[in-house]
Write a protein that binds this ligand. Structure first.
Ligand SMILES: Cc1cc2nc3c(=O)[nH]c(=O)nc-3n(C[C@H](O)[C@H](O)[C@H](O)COP(=O)(O)OP(=O)(O)OC[C@H]3O[C@@H](n4cnc5c(N)ncnc54)[C@H](O)[C@@H]3O)c2cc1C
Length: 385
């Protein structure tokens, strides 16, 4: 199948690249323009976790479709490390949500998830304290990938299908032509029949170049490696000490190397949002103190562990926490957003890319019709209500 329309995707993070790959696979002539280099934004600063242990049906369905696509990319070299994902729960209500999640995951073809007792948790993670923990939702096939390698692989796959990825090419202005758009970039003008905006934390300012609002804030989050005095005799799965919707501070950590973990707090102090061109990229002392306290409580059996490299990056977040995927306005069906993935833009990138490509090629999210609820216009409706 070939499509003669020329589509430009703005941004070479996971969302832009996954969209471009979906378009290239459909025979669309696609060009990605990237201000810096692939993975230079949030994607390269993430910790790469991919999992389906959510408690919301639609979120599980999106993840199930994403994981299926990622498993297919393993034959092209995707290094998806299946270390498992364990979501800790504290109350009987959490365990009830976990049982429901297991059933919903099975409905979407994911049959390995199960609910663990505290004893089973300790068997898998001998160093963990299960004080205050009622059980866990565990997916042994979940895991993580290196986001730089993932983006690099997407670039290769796009190019192998005839797509173009232009780096150091920033969109600076946009105008309309009779048939589409004229994009002014730092590397010259480009005409396009359609445009997908996937500029991550810059979404709001890039949408303004087209005269639209895209309500994405750049929320600063931090991660840090933990050096262990000796290699662990087991692989630490991703342990998430937080249940979606439960509020409060959370902690997560996972294996990185035999003698190294990566940890992150769920909390961000950045309620106002940051300037993506000027924010503090270092780990703050305050976060270190909070993490040390939380880790000591949850992993008291790891004496001698110390912090290694720490960094900060941005969650491109929408007001309701769901991605923004679809046309920016009903009058412009060929100007589509793939944005606002918050803390989940690695794991959701395959499905977001598929859906953004659906909007361009079919005018609706045919791969997952329920995803019509991700249209950016829902946010305007919510604000005006
Ligand atoms: C510390 C941390 C840990 C995380 N951990 C995880 C995790 O474990 N799992 C997970 O799923 N998610 C995680 N995330 C979230 C994930 O990183 C993001 O949701 C995802 O990277 C967003 O991808 P994106 O393509 O929308 O944005 P980006 O990766 O930021 O890509 C947008 C690109 O657009 C480019 N751009 C901007 N403006 C222009 C312009 N005018 N012209 C051309 N190009 C432009 C930028 O240079 C950038 O490269 C984490 C994030 C952080 C900060």
């Amino acid at each position: 199948m070939s499509d003669t329309r020329r589509i430009v995707v703005v941004g070479a993070g996971t969302l832009g690249l996954a969209t471009a790959l979906s378009l290239a696979e459909r025979g669309v002539a696609v060009t990605v323009i990237e201000a810096d280099h692939a993975a230079s934004g949030s994607s390269g600063r993430s910790i790469g976790v991919v999992g389906t242990q959510h408690v919301d049906r639609f979120e599980i369905q999106m993840r199930a479709l994403s994981v299926r696509r990622m498993l297919g990319w393993k034959q092209h070299g995707l290094d998806f490390r299946h270390i498992g994902y364990m979501r800790l729960g504290r109350t009987a209500g959490d365990l009830d949500l976990f049982e429901k999640s297991v059933a919903m995951q099975a409905e979407f073809g994911l049959r390995h998830a199960r609910v663990l007792t505290p004893q089973e948790i300790r068997k898998l993670v001998p160093h963990i304290s299960t004080d205050g923990i009622a059980g866990a939702l565990f997916g042994p096939n979940d895991g993580y990938l290196d986001p730089h390698l993932y983006c690099g692989l997407l670039v290769e796959m796009i190019r192998a299908r005839g797509g173009i990825v232009k780096q150091r090419c920033r969109l600076v202005a946009a105008g309309r032509t009779k048939t589409g758009y004229r994009l002014r970039s730092t590397a010259g003008d480009i005409d396009a029949d359609g445009v997908v905006l996937a500029p991550g934390a810059w979404a709001s300012q890039v949408a303004k170049l087209f005269g639209h609002e895209l309500p994405v804030i750049a929320e600063r989050h931090e991660a840090v490696t933990i050096k262990l005095p000796a290699p662990l005799p087991y692989v630490m799965p991703m342990v998430m000490d937080y249940v979606p919707g439960s509020g409060g501070t959370g902690l997560n950590f996972r294996h990185e190397r035999a003698d190294e973990l990566i940890a992150e707090t769920h909390r961000s102090y950045d309620t106002e949002g940051s300037d993506p061109d000027d924010y503090d990229q270092q780990l703050a002392d305050k976060t270190k103190e909070e993490l040390a306290e939380l880790l000591l409580e949850r992993l008291p059996g790891l004496p001698g562990a110390g912090f290694g490299r720490g960094w900060a990056g941005l969650y491109p977040k929408s007001p309701d926490g769901r991605p923004l995927v679809g046309p920016l306005s009903a009058d412009e069906p060929m100007l589509v957003a793939a944005a606002g993935a918050g803390g989940y833009g690695i794991q959701l990138s395959p499905i977001i890319g598929t859906l953004a490509a659906d909007w361009i090629t079919a005018g609706e999210p045919v791969s997952l019709p329920e995803a019509v609820r991700l249209k950016p216009s829902r946010e305007r409706a919510a604000t005006s209500a």
